[in-house]
Design a protein around this ligand. Sequence first.
Ligand code: FES
Length: 124
Amino acid sequence: MNDDVAALGRIWSTRAGIDLGPLDLIPDGKARSYVLQIGAARFHGFVVRKGEAVVGYVDRCPHAGLPLAQALDQYLTPDGDLIMCSWHGAVFTVEEGTCVGGPCVGARLSPWPVEAREGRIVTA
Ligand code: FES
């Protein structure tokens, strides 16, 4: 992390065990943005739901470092099969966060470990 980012109070990971709310906040096959205020710092991430499973990533595209969605919660391609960055069209696998099309093929989103536990989403 460089000094400018640190000065803005942005952090890129969270501790385990933070309750992010009910699993049902995310419709099956959709994604949701989360912003966590942790002390003076903020974390920006998103979670994709597939059935009872969830996968999370830091909301930062490896192409140019921007948050992926320009419209709230719009992290997926229309068919819901891939994560898509709204800026230059990079697409990523949901399961691994690997870029499979667009300007940064082979790069990866940074994982944000989350899990579904008794109907809640919790950081892992
Ligand atoms: S910033 Fe995501 S594709 Fe360029």
